[in-house]
Design a protein around this ligand. Sequence first.
Ligand SMILES: CC(C)(COP(=O)(O)OP(=O)(O)OC[C@H]1O[C@@H](n2cnc3c(N)ncnc32)[C@H](O)[C@@H]1OP(=O)(O)O)[C@@H](O)C(=O)NCCC(=O)NCCS
Length: 182
Amino acid sequence: MIFKGSSFDLKSFMYPGQIEKIDKSGRSFAIGICRGDDYLCLLEMYLHFSPRPASQGLPPEDPQVCQSWLKNLLEIGINLLARRGDRVIGHAALIPDPNGKSGEFVIFVDQNNRNLGIGTELTRLTLERSKQLGFESVWLTVPPTNFIAVKLYKKFGFEYLDSDPYERVMTVRLRSLIPAEI
Ligand SMILES: CC(C)(COP(=O)(O)OP(=O)(O)OC[C@H]1O[C@@H](n2cnc3c(N)ncnc32)[C@H](O)[C@@H]1OP(=O)(O)O)[C@@H](O)C(=O)NCCC(=O)NCCS
């Protein structure tokens, strides 16, 4: 068990199939759970990610640090991917808190696939899975100037928890979300 004192058991998480979606340009993409053998495709997305870092120092600019960061995320988080063909175009993760009831959300969409609804579908699936796994809330930090990210989070009911002008904490309670909202 990775998180001491956590009630969350990663092994109990099943791998469902991919879900096919259509983006705002009319092209199809798939979202689903990240598997161990997705690491190299995902790393490929991050090594070509622009800008790097994009937000709050992530993804790390240094390739070695980026690899370590990604390996750690895959080890400790619940990871979901968006794919087009054999390429990964987006990644979202929930990093469980030690209490097993809440977790931190992070999301990154490839620069050539932004503003197409990919982030929306990754967020929806992550919140859905988190709720299914018994998490009560999801939180994140975001600079208030990251307008696209803030717009995305607010769509799913995330609300500001503090008033730090540089990096704000947002949270959403999953129990209050009805299926149509996630
Ligand atoms: C933030 C990010 C994950 C969003 O992913 P995405 O696939 O582009 O998001 P979507 O297309 O699903 O949704 C973007 C929303 O922002 C809106 N938007 C676009 N430009 C905007 C702007 N300048 N101001 C406000 N909203 C804007 C879009 O209209 C869309 O809302 P809608 O679906 O209601 O129309 C992506 O931009 C990204 O990876 N950015 C770099 C990394 C990052 O900042 N990650 C977040 C860490 S805190």
